[in-house]
Design a protein. Structure first.
Length: 228
């Protein structure tokens, strides 16, 4: 989150505000930002999602909710200061769908910030099974039909199990670099192992020479925001 908040601060420093599109996002995600930070940076957030329960709610202050598919967004080029996506690209479909998604994120955002889990991290985050992503499909189906796994209930049929498996297609570093070729790829680690990747592209007018803030500096920034 610190890298994202740092990006928002850079945009605010350049423009005095920051407009964000959260592709495939949810309102609850943004509660992890320090209290007062988003208001302090004059942030406006458009949340677009194909899951209607995420967007069938009235607009709320800085938040606007719209139904939309990340593979074909309705917005004009560079409509937002930042296009943001957290753990979504691995859910949009096959490789062709991921390519469409990455192009749309790069098109509508002047900068973008895309996070996704690493295929090679031992713990599969969706199904909650070590190296689930490396198992043969018939074994995956059998495991899902036996009992609930991670975020998924027990699957009653092979069809349901297959659809759940195909809904979660983890990516490795080479794939992320291919999809987001104009971005800097940063690595998030847990216990020394790369847990996830973050693809960050900065707009031309954003200061890319300033160092990313460290934890101590962010603690000071968060404390200032709380008093806003």
């Amino acid at each position: 989150m610190a890298r994202l908040l740092d990006l928002v601060s850079r945009v605010h420093r350049a423009k005095g505000q920051c407009s964000i599109i959260d592709v495939g996002g949810r309102r609850e995600y943004w509660s992890i930002a320090p209290e007062g930070f988003l208001a302090q940076k004059r942030v406006s957030i458009t949340i677009t999602n194909i899951e209607r329960d995420s967007v069938t709610r009235p607009d709320d202050g800085m938040f606007k909710f719209e139904f939309g598919d990340g593979r074909g967004l309705k917005y004009d080029d560079k409509s937002f200061d930042v296009a943001h996506s957290n753990s979504v690209v691995e859910h949009v479909g096959r490789w062709e769908d991921m390519v469409k998604f990455s192009k749309e994120v790069g098109r509508v955002g002047r900068s973008y910030f895309v996070q996704t889990p690493n295929f090679w991290f031992p713990f599969e985050p969706h199904f909650g099974v070590l190296y689930f992503q490396c198992l043969p499909t018939p074994l995956k189906v059998a495991l899902l039909m036996k009992k609930e796994r991670g975020f998924f209930p027990r699957m009653p049929t092979v069809d349901a199990a297959k659809r759940a498996i195909e809904h979660c297609e983890l990516l490795d570093e080479r794939m992320i670099k291919e999809l987001f070729a104009d971005a800097e790829i940063q690595k998030e680690r847990f216990a020394g192992i790369v847990k996830s990747f973050v693809a960050i592209r900065l707009a031309d007018d954003i200061d890319d020479q300033a160092k990313w803030l460290d934890k101590e500096e962010w603690a000071a920034t968060a404390e200032t925001a709380r008093g806003y």
